[in-house]
Design a binder for this molecule. Structure first.
Ligand code: F1P
Length: 293
């Protein structure tokens, strides 16, 4: 069995541990009222985006998410970095630059591997070693990190881990494997999930996969949709789904919590990869951590 499939299947257990940890408010996470920037790259960026929306929505304070390479020189009370590997160059640079330009800023990193350079650059380290992964393609570290952050906000459904179990058993959209174009739509905090689902399909299955805020999708990208498309709703209006059905696209929508539905999209990525004769553990042109020299 592929590592990624084993890691996908272990998410309910990982989420239980992450939810417990988040609810216990580990030191270093943002306090209510703070202005916060959250950074990451790739998957970790998309989790940062989802968290930023959730935190603002919960009334705990202004929260911006940035690709680590794009962190502006603004003043924040706290910088939260998310990195599975702890070695991603842009994350290390951003933490270093923030400490130099804004000595008053508090820094915290959420990582799967605390024995890495990132630990020397953040004041507080939250280690999710139990969610570390062998696969290049991230699944359980990312979702466990977001589960932890949601629990810390007091926003995680009590049965979230059970919903991950349901997502592992839920059917994939019938006919999905024969589609050639995949679009994931979100709204609010689920935009990050839509981006992450599309990334999974690109990394694991070299698939043509895109992601948009559902309402933005109407402003052009919808022209792509046809009988070869699967459009997956993590958020967005029912009328749009009906319109896409009329166009001939296959559609599916989250019946579970959207984070649990991401598990279903991860499974689709692996199935699609297999059906194309690829190895989902070894995406083309990608290493487990992007380290720039
Ligand atoms: C971020 C990342 C992943 C990507 C691949 C390479 O890593 O860009 O999103 O899927 O694994 O690294 P990290 O900073 O979270 O370790």
């Amino acid at each position: 069995m592929e590592h990624v499939l084993r890691e996908i299947a272990s998410q309910p257990e990982c989420w239980r541990r992450a939810l417990e940890l988040g609810a216990a408010s580990p030191a270093g996470l943002p306090e209510a009222g703070e202005r916060v920037a959250v950074i990451g790259c790739g998957t970790s960026l998309y989790m940062a985006q989802s968290y930023a929306v959730l935190r603002e929505r919960s009334g705990q304070g202004e929260t911006d998410a940035f690709a680590a390479s794009e962190l502006p020189a603004r003043r924040y009370d706290r910088l939260v970095a998310i990195t599975r590997s702890g070695t991603t160059t842009e994350v290390l640079h951003a933490l270093g630059a923030a400490a130099r330009t804004d000595p008053g800023i508090s820094t915290v990193v959420i990582t799967a591997d605390p024995a890495t350079p990132v630990s020397g650059l953040a004041e507080t380290v939250i280690a999710l070693e139990f969610a570390d992964e062998r696969s290049v393609v991230q699944t359980r570290f990312a979702t466990s990190g977001l589960a932890l952050l949601r629990a810390h906000l007091g926003e995680a459904p009590a049965d979230l881990a059970a919903q991950a179990e349901a997502a592992l058993a839920a059917p994939l959209p019938e006919g999905a494997l024969s589609r050639r174009q995949f679009t994931f739509l979100g709204s609010g905090w689920t935009n990050g999930l839509a981006q992450e689902a599309a990334l999974k399909l690109r990394e694991s299955a070299l698939a043509w996969a895109e992601a948009y805020p559902a309402m933005e999708y109407r402003h052009g990208p919808i022209s792509i949709a046809d009988g070869n498309s699967l459009v997956w709703f993590f958020g967005g209006p029912e009328e749009l789904r009906e319109e896409l059905t009329r166009i001939g696209a296959l559609t599916t929508a989250a019946e579970l919590d959207p984070l649990a539905d991401l598990v279903r999209a991860q499974r689709l990525a692996v199935e699609l990869s297999r059906s194309r004769g690829l190895d989902p553990d070894s995406p083309r042109n990608l290493s487990r951590s992007v380290i720039l020299r």
